[in-house]
Design a protein around this ligand. Structure first.
Ligand SMILES: [Zn+2]
Ligand SMILES: [Zn+2]
Length: 870
């Protein structure tokens, strides 16, 4: 039975049983931003079990694409480990329970898939008599084929200690005694290969509390999971997931691409399987919009590609091959996952780039690593592992894997430390002020209380807790000096999360300073960069802090505008769009996001239109501080890889979006006034950037454009409406005039031809013409040259012309003389004289050099060198 048929039979079966067939969620979980990847079918339904509201449906079935990376090193070595796989599942949210779940499971596998009843076993949780009775009495499974297992095997969850959990019941197939260990008590749960579990029916019915107690779950129900590849391997009797119809062709293709025959060498088979598995993972990750990078999901993608490249290399392949294999994955899987076909070219291109990048350093890196491993038997230092990561692009996990092959351990902590140091250096905004000392100095301060979310217009009284200058702690700062001031509380927003820091003033009766910027150190201490204007400040002084209100409000407008932009991008370009960076300043903002292609003009217009529509609707901006758990339940978008504290701010723009965000915002979209996109560009492969302005800056931009427009109107003496037409006409005229001029010039050149012939030198009966033509382009030079040549029977013609930055030269030789003088050789010699270049045939050659040569000298030297040849 083909895998595609199994998938369809399953979904059809449960659709008939009243289930809504729900599309596979993205590999990026759409409702839990803190999860790395979707790892099971139930991830997209998690909230349905606890939801208090009315549910859209209470029965669902899906075939979910999943990714798991924790046992990466087992992939390919065992018959059943994968990174990417598909999971079939049927779900009940407060609807049916154990009886329906188990009887339907049995019906499906025995009557639809026709698995032999006598080979099937079931396990139940040791205390779950209900499930036991169902198997035994209702379904009729003999008691000797039902096993009771403990918590480890047959009680599921809770994930992370709290939330839905419950007993489960697993279905096993018995492959027969010949696969068994031969022990008397061999049964499901035994370590040997005789019994294989393939369908888990979970019955979430408890809500585990923080204190370890269980409450009844609001929507108790069913959550089942059945690995599609595993089921296919049973039905296709392959005993190995890598030999089923949708995976084996990839293993064979991997063999072709690396010149390796499958099933000849067990070690090489593992590598082929790894490559096949990874090609699936990589293709699906890219299709879901993940981009290779050095952090978060992008890093997992990078690791998987690079791991496959290294295995390819071990099999002797030095060229990119994963990009080709990915095309086979698309062919294999595009039926159920049409998104693959849509993005086929981009996927293959992205893989190829990543492969090429890694192949460039792979050899050097491996040599270096081999050297390290030979020298340091037993352990590889974190510093060396970091060097491999930083300079040669070796993911730590890859280095560890290669080292482990030689029995060497890697100092992971040392690696982390080296990585952190580098990141701190890169992140540090304290350049030039003694970075290292500075972080040491700043770490000692207590958290600055931020008072400036609502209250930024009035002054805030605060105590000076620290003064720093040039990385050194100070007691005072005097008029004329610059330094950093730390306060116990401040209304200044320190630069963080892409939002620019506030500027303003600090003052008291005896002192005044201008704050030119403020930054947040380790999300904790706000540092005010100051220039003291008047008096003197001492630690312990009380000062009043005033934020530059106008500038701050411009920043607030821009920050709320980025949330509108993020939303509009997802509306227009699709849900796959995810923020990868942003900058919010007073004068403009920019937003980086993943998208495989440039955003078209039409799309940009749509995006801008949506944003301005929302501005006109005066949508309220509500800000709530919630626990991370509560915030997640609201469906707010979080930035993956960000670390969030116990509580987070959720910025909720009514009818637009909810985002985890610590920034400052206007309370109503109407206050943004206007947004104008100014630029769209590429920042890295697969990452686009949009820049825009809002409020007064946007208005100023329009004013400026209007000014240009009115000047043009005046200059061209037409009405506004006729401007385009007029300019088009002018351009047309200029083109035709240029043509005219060029014709005239040629005519002039022809007229000069006569003069050239008159001035020509004669050497041994051959004519030598070496001339400079003014204001002619290289193409025209050729025309004129040909005309002269027509009139010379026996001779050499060299013409020069000069533009602003370039000298061009042309040499023509008549037939009679071509044995003695070769045009190509003449041009090469001229090139040698001028430091330029050139070449061509025996009868015609061209070249050029930078402007600046003494042309008179060049002409005479050229003449000389030709004479010598004749
Ligand atoms: Zn056994
Ligand atoms: Zn934000």
């Amino acid at each position: 039975m083909l895998t595609n048929d199994i998938r369809k039979l399953y979904l059809d079966y449960f659709a008939k049983k009243g289930h809504v067939v729900v599309k596979s969620d993205s590999l990026i979980p759409s409702n839990d931003p803190t999860l790395l990847f979707t790892s099971a079918g139930m991830v997209q339904f998690k909230s349905m079990y606890v939801s208090a509201g009315k549910l859209e449906y209470t029965r669902a079935a899906s075939c979910q694409k999943c990714l798991r990376t924790p046992d990466l090193e087992n992939v390919g070595r065992t018959p059943r480990h994968h990174t990417f796989f598909e999971m079939l599942g049927n779900f009940s949210f407060g609807d049916y329970f154990k009886k329906e779940a188990l009887t339907w499971s049995w019906d499906f596998i025995t009557n639809v898939l026709k698995l032999p009843k006598e080979a099937l076993w079931a396990s139940v949780y040791e205390d779950d008599n209900e499930a036991y009775e169902l198997w035994n009495k209702v379904i009729g499974l003999p008691a000797e084929r039902i096993v009771r297992l403990g918590k480890k095997d047959n009680f599921w969850g809770p994930v992370g200690g709290t939330g839905p959990c419950g007993p489960c019941s697993e279905i096993y197939i018995d492959f027969g005694a010949k696969y068994g260990c031969g022990k008397k008590d061999c049964k499901p749960g035994c370590d040997c290969d005789r019994f294989e579990e393939f369908w888990n029916n979970v019955f979430p019915c408890f809500d585990a509390q923080q204190d370890g107690s269980f409450k009844p779950l609001r929507n108790a129900g069913v959550d089942t999971g059945m690995g599609l590849e595993r089921l296919a391997s049973i039905l296709q009797d392959t005993r190995n997931n890598y030999d089923i119809d949708i995976v084996k062709p990839l293993v064979l293709e991997a063999g072709k691409l690396t010149g390796t025959t499958y099933k000849q060498d067990a070690k090489k088979d593992v590598m082929l399987k790894v490559i096949a598995d990874h090609s699936r993972a990589v293709t699906f990750l890219l299709a879901d919009g993940i981009v290779s990078s050095n952090e978060g999901r992008g890093y997992v993608l990078r690791r998987i590609i690079r791991r496959a490249v290294r295995f390819g290399k071990l099999l002797g392949q030095d060229e990119p091959f994963m990009c080709k294999l990915s095309e086979n994955v698309v062919e294999q899987m595009k039926g159920p996952y049409p998104e693959l076909e849509e993005r086929k070219t981009q996927i293959s291109r992205a893989i190829k780039m990543e492969e090429e990048r890694f192949l460039q350093t792979l050899n050097q890196g491996i040599n270096l690593l081999d050297g390290f491993l030979d020298k340091n038997k037993g352990a590889l230092s974190g510093e060396n592992a970091f060097k491999l990561y930083d300079t040669y692009g070796f993911p730590l996990e890859l280095t560890m894997e290669i080292a482990a092959e030689k029995g060497v351990k890697v100092d992971e902590k040392g690696f982390e430390k080296a990585l952190q140091e580098q990141q701190e250096k890169a992140r540090s905004a304290w350049k030039g002020s003694g970075e290292k000392e500075m972080s040491g100095q700043l770490a000692q301060f207590a958290k600055t209380e931020f008072t400036g979310y609502e209250n930024y217009t009035a002054g805030v009284k605060a105590k000076v807790t620290g003064i720093l200058k040039a990385g050194q702690s100070r007691d005072t700062l005097k008029a004329g000096e610059e330094g950093l001031i730390i306060l116990d509380r401040s209304s200044f927003y320190g630069e963080l999360g892409g939002q620019a820091g506030d500027t303003g003033r600090l003052l008291n009766g005896k002192f005044e300073a201008e704050v030119t910027g403020s930054e947040k150190f380790q999300q904790k201490v706000t540092v005010h960069k100051v220039k003291v204007k008047k008096g003197e400040v001492m630690t312990g002084d009380i000062v009043e802090a005033f934020v530059d209100v106008e500038r701050r409000e411009a920043i607030m407008r821009n920050h709320t505008a980025t949330h509108l932009l993020h939303w509009a991008l997802r509306e227009v370009l699709g849900e796959n769009v995810r923020q990868s960076g942003s900058y919010v300043g007073a004068d403009h903002f920019r937003f980086d996001f993943n998208h495989p292609a440039g955003v078209t003009k039409e799309e940009l217009e749509k995006i801008e239109g949506l944003i301005n529509e929302k501005i006109q609707q005066n949508a309220a901006v509500n800000i709530k501080v919630l626990s991370v758990e509560e915030a997640k339940k609201t469906g707010a978008i979080a930035l993956f890889g960000e670390k969030y504290g116990e509580t987070v701010r959720v910025v909720d723009v009514e009818g637009v979006s909810k985002e985890f965000c610590g920034g400052t915002h206007v309370d109503n979209t109407g206050r943004i006034e206007l947004v104008k996109i100014t630029k769209e560009s590429s920042v890295a492969s697969g990452i686009r950037r949009i820049e825009a302005v809002s409020g007064k800056v946007a208005l100023d931009l329009f004013k400026e454009k209007e000014k240009i427009l009115s000047e043009l109107v005046k200059l061209l003496n037409v009405e506004d409406g006729k401007l385009v037409e007029r300019v088009a006409k002018l351009t047309e005229q200029i083109k035709s005039l240029e043509k005219e001029v060029s014709k005239l010039k040629k005519g002039e050149g022809v007229a000069k031809t006569e003069d050239f012939l008159k001035n020509a030198k004669e050497v041994k009966g051959a004519v030598i013409i070496v001339e400079l033509l003014e204001g002619v382009n290289p193409g025209e030079l050729r025309d004129i040259g040909d005309k002269i040549k027509d009139k010379v029977k026996n001779g050499v013609i060299v013409l020069f012309t000069q533009s602003e930055d370039k000298i061009s030269y042309l040499c023509l030789v008549t037939k009679d003389l071509s044995l003695k003088v070769k045009a190509g050789a003449v041009v090469k010699e001229i090139a040698a004289l001028t430091g330029g270049s050139g070449g061509g045939r025996d009868d015609m050659a061209q070249g050029g050099c930078k402007a600046g040569a003494d042309l008179k000298l060049l002409l005479s030297k050229t003449s000389e060198l030709i004479e010598k040849k004749i």
